[in-house]
Design a protein around this ligand. Structure first.
Ligand code: RRO
Length: 596
């Protein structure tokens, strides 16, 4: 099942208080019916990312219930607790207002192929806000006659939001539901996992499959109880997310056996059964997508064509490396992505000679009008990229630019020569500016190092070489001049600005790596100045980027001499941002009368 490509506005039908939480409903006229466990990226249309502050990024919220709406479309119910600027704003949404929606996203709960669900039965364990996906999954199982027990845990009455609306009928708790509360005000006094233990140790546990969603400590306890008794389980996990469709690499969770999963595209449902969690084969009805005429394209007439280093492009808007995973996005949105590809050329995430798992989470942190990332260059390595990713990227309807990085001349030469040999590749970008890998010297901080690197690499390829410059230097124009002298065909800037943030709850650096790179509208004035400085002293084309979220923003970079612009963080908020910005450039900026 794929999601409509891009974000869409959905009307708020209702928003009601429920203990300390809110339940709000959206009317979705475009998306397919979500499967239990899936989530949506949500943002209010107004008072969200407009000014200089937060919230900026959309928030990932699991769907609690989905049903046909009286006037057509699907009514989607969400349970939210206001715990920060984004969820606070979602809690305030009023009926008649609209919200930006991308989804349904992620995989879903499933009845594993290895067990007979009618015979085995199911045990659902929900904690706090995690009861939401348990509600839709419970209804799904009940409709299919699968015997089940539901265990729900809350800290106290204030944190029991959604209970009455999602698990009661006629004012009474559904008979299959048992409660545990830490303050003992209702049900078992203690943890919901105490109830799970009793069930698993009882005579009637049978071969039930356990499904769970809740706080991390609860999920760990559920997994441990199940593992120790060889009970099959599926857990819906959660972690901060910027985009929801595989672009930002921020939602990393450790993978058993090493490395990380992207929770948005590899989850959110994780399982101890091989092939169980991501398997939608048990939900064939979900493949019957109900659409009202399909998604509407926001792309207008193609913008003005542009020639870049001898490559003809339909318009001047491309993506910033590492901010769009076209392979993951194609799985999420289907071939609609290709039919209306948002960029006029596609830049891959940077690849390195050897595979890298990336940095330990937490990897992303929202800041006023932007975010900090410390992703740490996760990639399959040169061989994996050439064998698995390049053939798929070669299917994109636009020229492909491959971004590469290495820590010495020999490895850089090997990777450039290997990529040069592939006909799918139109150009290479040399990333000499990643702020998040500890490789000693950052080549792009030193003009002489940059020039020396170009002198080694230039003879290895006839394809255009673009050098990605760091903003973390006093004079990026000196590095640009050095790159040009060494034989670069173009430069791109800016990469992210070295930045840090403190988690107010822990009073410690928010990101596991301590620091990261800042992006988003917050950095745009700095990017504009650096682009201005570089275009003033170089003859080669410049790709300008840094906080572009509209055609007007893009026009500022073009006015300062950039040949192309790149969109990064804005794509996390709006997967079709590239086409929207190209369209705005053409219809609103270039065709509008100049304003004095
Ligand atoms: O993967 C990253 O952490 C990363 C890279 Br390679 C980069 O060039 N810029 C950035 O902000 N993050």
């Amino acid at each position: 099942m794929t999601a409509p490509f891009g974000r869409r506005l959905c009307e708020v039908a209702e928003n009601t208080a429920s203990a300390g939480y809110r339940i709000f409903s959206l009317l979705d006229h475009e998306g397919p019916t979500p499967a239990p466990g899936q989530f949506y990226m949500l943002a209010a249309e107004h008072r969200w990312g407009e000014g200089a502050g937060r919230p900026f990024l959309p928030r990932a919220i699991s769907v609690a219930e989905a049903a046909p709406a009286a006037k057509g479309g699907t009514r989607l119910d969400f349970l939210v607790e206001g715990v920060g600027p984004g969820t606070d704003r979602l809690c305030e949404l009023e009926a008649g207002e609209e919200a930006w929606v991308t989804g349904p996203l992620g995989n879903s709960f499933s009845t594993p192929k290895q067990v007979n669900p009618e015979a085995a039965g199911a045990i659902l364990v929900g904690g706090g806000i995690g009861i939401a996906p348990m509600a839709i999954w419970r209804r799904y199982l009940v409709e299919r006659g699968i015997p089940l027990r539901v265990l729900l845990g809350f800290r106290n009455e204030e944190h029991s939001g959604g209970l009455n609306e999602l698990f009661c009928s006629g004012g009474n708790l559904c008979p299959d539901v048992k409660l545990a509360t830490e303050d003992g005000h209702v049900g078992h006094r203690g943890l919901v996992t105490d109830l799970l233990l009793q069930l698993l140790e009882g005579d009637d546990a049978g071969s039930a499959v356990v499904y769970s969603c809740g706080p991390p400590a609860m999920l760990e306890a559920v997994a441990a109880l199940c593992e120790s008794r060889s009970v099959p389980y599926q857990l819906a996990d959660e972690t901060p997310m910027a985009c929801g469709f595989g672009a930002c690499f921020g939602c990393a969770v450790p993978k058993p056996g090493g490395g990380y999963l992207r929770l948005c595209v590899d989850g959110p449902v994780l399982t101890n059964l091989p092939g169980g969690g991501a398997d939608l084969g048990d939900h064939p009805e979900q493949l019957l997508q109900r659409r009202d005429g399909g998604a509407k394209s926001v792309t207008g007439p193609a913008g003005p064509g542009v020639s870049f280093c001898g490559i003809d492009l339909a318009h001047p808007v491309i993506n910033a490396s590492g901010t769009y995973d076209a392979i993951a996005a194609r799985k999420v949105f289907g071939d609609e992505l290709l039919a209306d590809f948002p960029f006029s050329a596609f830049v891959s995430k940077t690849i390195t000679p050897e595979p890298r798992a990336g940095n330990e989470p937490l990897r992303i942190w929202e800041t006023p009008a932007g975010m900090i990332n410390s992703i740490g260059l996760p990639n399959k390595g040169l061989e994996g990229f050439l064998a698995e990713d390049l053939p798929q990227l070669g299917e994109l309807p636009v020229p492909l630019i491959v971004s590469v990085m290495a820590t010495n001349h020999e490895d850089f030469s090997r990777i450039v020569a290997a990529v040069e040999a592939r006909e799918e590749v139109a150009a290479l970008e040399l990333n000499v500016s990643c702020p998040n890998v500890h490789s000693g010297l950052i080549v792009g901080e030193q003009p002489a190092e940059t020039e020396a690197l170009l002198e080694v690499l230039r003879p290895l390829t006839e394809k255009p070489l673009i050098v990605k410059l760091t903003p973390n230097v006093a004079a990026p124009e000196a590095v640009a001049v050095a790159a040009e002298s060494g034989g670069a065909d173009a430069v791109s800037l800016i990469n992210t600005l070295k930045a840090s943030a403190v988690d107010p709850a822990r009073r410690e650096p928010a990101l596991a790596a301590g620091h990261g790179g800042l992006s988003g509208p917050a950095v745009r004035p700095i990017a504009l100045q650096q682009v201005r400085a570089v275009t003033a002293v170089t003859e080669i084309p410049v790709i300008g980027m840094g906080g572009i979220s509209s055609g007007a923003d893009a026009a500022e970079f073009l006015a300062l001499g950039a040949t192309l612009v790149a969109v990064g963080t804005e794509s996390f908020r709006d997967p079709r941002a590239g086409s929207r910005i190209a369209n705005e450039l053409e219809t609103e900026v270039y065709q509008a009368p100049a304003r004095l």
